[in-house]
Design a protein around this ligand. Sequence first.
Ligand code: SAM
Length: 214
Amino acid sequence: NFRLAPNFDAQAQSALLHPNPKLEQCLANSAAKGLPPISVLPMSGQHLSILAQLMGVKSVLEIGTLGGYSSICFAEAGAKVTSIEIDPKHRDTALENVSGLDVEILLGSALEVLPKLAEEGRQFDMVFIDADFEDQWEHFDWAVKLTRLGGCIFLDDVIPSMIKNGQEEGGETIITQIGRDERVQATLMPTVACHSMIPNPVFTGFILAVVKSH
Ligand code: SAM
């Protein structure tokens, strides 16, 4: 039973985020091309950037490119980004938006591309999972194999799928699945999301996991 200060998100955003032409151009071009406005929120993008800088991340694997907003956040934080996108229109728009940055975009379904990256022996400092809810567990499982020991996995938007799966499948959720996984140490960070597409703030959250073994 608590109340959020009115416009707390807008206040924080205007205080803490500084103009970034590349990100602004990304949002404008993505909107002009008709992409859905579902990139990470600017404050979350800044959070990803800070996390990458704190870890000294040099390589990021991203599942779900959309128009490349989060890719730009990682690339500007100093990482080489490999991003997977299933939709050719999203991939093409992202390629325009990330021009000049160290970002490669692999077109295809993540569950087809991820095994190929594993076969090639690729390893990443960090994996950011931000694609469809249905495959979150499979994406996480591949992410563990593709993250170097001591690297981290950031799984976005877990609470909506927890609620949905918990209701439909008798309590089994992405959290319980990750909790049984002895290869990782993981935490759940609940967050409040404020978005122009939704009238009221909603609870969501992310899983942050460190990979201890393969
Ligand atoms: N990370 C992006 C950002 O912050 O700008 C937002 C990603 S958006 C929430 C999800 C994207 O994942 C969409 O572009 C969608 O087409 C893509 N996607 C959904 N399912 C996928 C799958 N199975 N494999 C690869 N990409 C997928």
